[in-house]
Design a protein around this ligand. Structure first.
Ligand SMILES: Cc1cc2nc3c(=O)[nH]c(=O)nc-3n(C[C@H](O)[C@H](O)[C@H](O)COP(=O)(O)OP(=O)(O)OC[C@H]3O[C@@H](n4cnc5c(N)ncnc54)[C@H](O)[C@@H]3O)c2cc1C
Length: 325
């Protein structure tokens, strides 16, 4: 196949995975994202007190193809294994709960991984694509929210979360109908830091009582040289119930919940912020891998084509690249 000009909309891991595979196959790839940086839900918020992984906390590597790619990332220093002191919190209290699961993180933050993978591809940030157009000669152009036209392109990959992908699929109604079946649930995230380390040995905790479902001591991950930074995720139910609450009130309530789980009184934080993910995780699990209308040269990928995990976002992007090639 001769070299194609391919647009990828969305620079989360699915889009980045597709883009890097298509670039390696000799195509000219152009990635667009509405955000300031790349990574999507693999995000690291930079603050004066350190970085916080606000979205994905760590990733597993169960699939052999993903393990193969991961080995390269480990060798390159883009990722490392994280072996936190793991706890579980239930109505019965807090107890140590080690397990055999291998966990990996991006270094020095989760967003480092997509950034490295995108290094050789043309990336346009802060550009929200609002419409796709296809001319009679089958060439695609992309329109952004300031009415600027990008292109032409031979193929388009849409790698946005399903509810955001729908608006871009008007020219492929069957595909659009399939994507519209996907529901995604919200998550409120607390990022909080302290000047002095909290007096606890907890580095990660699965929470099964109260508003939280997960706590991690962000600064215990490899390659972080921060003050004592923590990230806590609220449950889907609590997040949905408090969707319209102010960030300040959510930060205060989740800080109280964090103190309760850890069994300590929290000192005045050096930093505290609550971030709302409207589209955090797909509700249902699918086995689509990726979707396509190949007759149009239109391809769709994302974690929601499988289930909401980092590994599946990468696999979905790889499947799109294979189908397209
Ligand atoms: C709170 C939270 C905790 C999580 N924890 C874990 C975990 O511990 N382990 C794990 O494996 N997974 C976890 N996940 C899931 C994991 O983050 C995702 O599965 C994965 O990152 C999804 O990648 P993606 O590329 O499919 O989508 P995204 O990362 O959402 O990327 C989509 C990109 O498309 C862009 N975009 C959307 N619309 C447009 C448009 N119109 N124009 C331009 N750009 C657009 C967005 O800005 C975004 O960058 C978590 C997710 C959240 C939110």
């Amino acid at each position: 196949m001769s070299s194609l000009r391919i647009a990828v909309i969305g620079a989360g891991l699915a889009g980045v995975s597709a883009a890097s595979a298509l670039h390696e196959a000799g195509h000219q790839v152009f990635v667009f994202d509405k955000s300031r940086g790349c990574g999507g839900r693999l995000s690291t918020k930079r603050t004066p007190v350190g970085g916080f992984d606000l979205g994905a906390q760590y990733f597993t590597a169960r699939d052999s193809r993903f393990r193969h790619a991961l080995q390269h990332w480990l060798d390159s220093g883009w990722a490392a294994e994280w072996t936190p002191k793991l706890y579980r919190y239930t109505d019965a209290g807090l107890h140590e709960s080690p397990d055999a699961q291998q966990r990996f993180v991006g270094v020095p933050g989760m967003s480092a991984l997509p950034r490295q993978l995108l290094a050789e591809v043309t990336f346009t940030s802060q550009t929200r694509i609002t419409r796709l157009h296809q001319a009679d000669d089958a060439q695609w152009t992309l329109e952004d929210d300031s009415a600027t036209i990008h292109g032409p392109f031979d193929r388009v990959v849409v790698a946005a979360p399903a509810p955001q992908a729908i608006a871009l699929l008007d020219l492929a109604p069957t595909l659009q109908h399939t994507v519209a079946q996907i529901n995604m649930a919200p998550t409120w995230t607390l990022a909080i830091a302290f000047d002095q380390p909290l007096p606890t040995s907890v580095e990660a905790c699965f929470v099964r009582a109260g508003p939280l479902e997960w706590i991690s001591r962000n600064s215990s991950k490899p390659g972080r040289q921060d003050s004592d930074t923590w990230v806590a995720h609220a449950t889907t139910a609590w997040s949905a119930h408090n969707l319209e609450a102010s960030s300040e009130s959510v930060a205060a309530r989740l800080s109280d919940a964090l103190a309760e789980v850890l069994g300590i009184t929290l000192p005045e934080p050096a930093f505290a912020h609550a971030h709302r993910w409207l589209l955090a995780r797909p509700v249902e699990e699918r086995s689509w891998g990726a979707l396509a209308a190949p007759e149009l040269g239109l391809y769709v990928c994302g974690d929601w084509c499988m289930d909401g995990r980092v590994e599946n976002a990468w696999l979905s992007g790889q499947q799109t690249a294979r189908t397209l090639i």
